[in-house]
Design a binder for this molecule. Structure first.
Ligand code: ADP
Length: 267
């Protein structure tokens, strides 16, 4: 059965504001088909970067949001009952290996370790994927590349990647962009004016300083984009900030009060 790779193409250029030399370095990793791990807190631009790179390299992109219920079959494929018989259905990893896509496993650490190990033979010189149930060994397409994202903040003894998995990847450290870049991102993503966007960034930074002092993670760039979109749509800035920046991240009354205060003095 032939697969239409066209459906996985990133059609229009995803806007991506580089923070350093990551674009050129990713291109070098891709030239050598090295597996890449993108590390950083949630909502800081990891997925956008991968989408941008797939577009820039002109390769199809297959994204899988990993979760703890995911099994190896969800990645590799399974037999389905159909009519009187069975039919094999490729999983997303298999499809990517066949068509030469970039396969992006988002939040890989959410997946169980027995699921994660299926990627191992694809990440070394073998570049193979065994479909045990089907009795087939796939040789990955020359264009295939594996990319995973990983949030070190969620790291715990229960949930971490095995060293044997980590040591199969090159890695990029991502973080929230510095103030000037983040302001530019908010303006580009929402159409908001620079002055108001800079105020949002200021509030975001105040919240990020509370990380480890009652907040597990700071306010993500993603949430700041939400606030910018709401303000751009005519919502009162205070309401937008409370709704997009404060309420989603904490139920702690003291922290809410601190952040609400920062909003009131800024706007
Ligand atoms: P994650 O790190 O969780 O994968 P995303 O890549 O989905 O985060 O980023 C969340 C949102 O933040 C994006 O949809 C985009 O609006 C914005 N964003 C963050 N960083 C950038 C960046 N460097 N360039 C453009 N947009 C960005």
């Amino acid at each position: 059965m032939s697969i239409d790779a066209q459906q996985y193409r990133v059609q229009a250029e995803p806007y991506y504001q580089p923070q350093g030399r990551e674009v050129a370095l990713f291109e070098a990793a891709y030239r050598n088909r090295l597996p890449v791990m993108v590390k950083g807190p949630t909502g800081c631009g990891k997925s956008r970067f991968v989408e941008h790179m797939a577009w820039r390299l002109g390769k199809p992109l297959i994204t899988v949001a990993c979760n703890e219920d995911m099994t190896a079959s969800d990645l590799v494929g399974r037999y389905l009952l159909e009519g009187g018989g069975t039919r094999w259905l490729d999983g997303p990893l298999t499809t990517a290996a066949r068509i030469g896509a970039i396969c992006y496993l988002d939040e890989i650490v959410e997946a169980r370790q027995d699921t994660t190990v299926v990627i191992h033979p694809l990440t070394d010189h073998r570049r193979t994927l065994p479909l045990d149930k089907k009795g087939e060994l796939i040789q990955a397409h020359p264009d295939f590349q594996l990319v995973i994202s990983y949030n070190p903040g969620y790291q715990s003894l229960m949930k971490d990647l095995k060293q044997s998995t980590k040591q199969r990847f090159t890695a990029f450290d991502f973080d929230y962009p510095e103030a000037g870049l983040e302001t530019t991102i908010l303006c580009k993503e929402s159409g908001l004016d620079a002055e108001t966007a800079a105020k949002l960034v200021k509030i975001g930074h105040a919240a990020r300083n509370l990380k480890g002092h009652g907040l597990d993670e700071g306010i993500s760039t993603r949430l700041m984009v939400y606030a910018a979109q709401l303000i751009r749509d005519g919502v009162d800035a205070g309401d937008a900030c409370r709704m997009a920046l404060v309420r989603p991240i904490t139920d702690d009354a003291d922290i809410r009060q601190t952040l609400d205060h920062a909003i009131d003095v800024t706007f």
